[in-house]
Design a protein around this ligand. Sequence first.
Ligand SMILES: *Cc1c(COP(=O)(O)O)cnc(C)c1O
Length: 423
Amino acid sequence: MDLEFDRNHIWHPYASLLNPPPVYPVVRAEGVRIFLEDGRDLIDGMSSWWSALHGYNVPELNHALRAQMEQMSHVMFGGLTHQPAIALCKKLVEITPPGLNRVFLADSGSVSVEVAIKMALQFWHAQGKPNKNKLLALRNGYHGDTFGAMATCDPVTGMHHLFAGQLSQHLFAPAPRTPFGQPCSDEDIGELEKLVVQNHNILAAVILEPIVQGTGGMRFYSADYLRRVKALCDAYDLLLIADEIATGFGRSGQLFACDHAAISPDILTLGKALTGGTLTLAAALCSDRIAEGICHGEAGVFMHGPTFMGNPLACAVANASIDLLLSSPWQQKVESIETQLKAQLAPLEKAEGVADVRALGAIGVVEMREPVNMARVQEALIERGVWLRPFGKLVYTMPPYTIAEADLTQLTASMVAVLGEMA
Ligand SMILES: *Cc1c(COP(=O)(O)O)cnc(C)c1O
């Protein structure tokens, strides 16, 4: 492959074009393996950023794509509809927390967050409360890269100062500190409660990633905390936007992370694993109250409609991915991945330079005391046949649920060896 051209002309995610980090040419992927051009193959520990739940080149997903392609790859969704979208939205209404009955199909996670924010603002506008137009977000949160979403990301890691004056100004509560599995103290929720009490007149919604804060720190927090946020939203008439773009479809051990707390948000965003890692597709679901509120308002409609809304290929493969997931013993598999991650990463707890080791569902995290040299760690892992993408102080894995025990053992053993050597 022409890597010279790649280096000089193609942006990669969060990369420099002056001093580009290495990229590895891939020719094929199958099961949990990524095959490089030079003949090496790597066990995938990233699920292509939370998306490839079933691994790669999955016959059921390929079949769904081919069958749909023979009918139509795309038609506009304005004034037209089709079975793949209807079947998918029916499934999403069924399997997401109760009450989320209305579905907006978007084309990427960030866009679904834009849609969720717009829903919340249009709702309050329609209620005659246009001043309720700020959001309350959590520090260490991540909600996407578009401007609306970016304004709700952690102000420091999201580099808000770069876009000063261009980003909507929202409120931020400290990140929850109560670990998963523990009851939340009054103190931990205190600052958020104070912000809600003092600002509810200008707040449209709380936006958060339930249970797992992903890109902003890979932190797992108390279901009790989430329940208490939901109760505060109800008490002070704020909407709750749950961003499950990363956690949706079983990753945290429940089908949706909100299920850990048995809560239903007013608005829910989904993406990443929605198509099993095949095509880009996202969704923003909302309750009847929100949908009816918006449509009773001045506009009478919801003001959004992407060109590729409800793309039939993406919907067809999403249907196949959800069917495949739900017909598999996914929960058992995710549980055993969690058990294995906890046991096999434990030796790092006492290793030099390691601050914390944690696992929840099919997510394993090693937090170092100092930022790691990504290129160096990545190269060392590749030499051991493993694909991970560390960032900052975090070296973490969220493998496909289909990973075999032996492959996961190789993956964790490589993390232990490489991070041990680094120290
Ligand atoms: C990845 C992610 C997004 C953004 O999704 P894109 O498809 O990359 O635009 C938003 N929120 C969360 C929680 C995510 O993990």
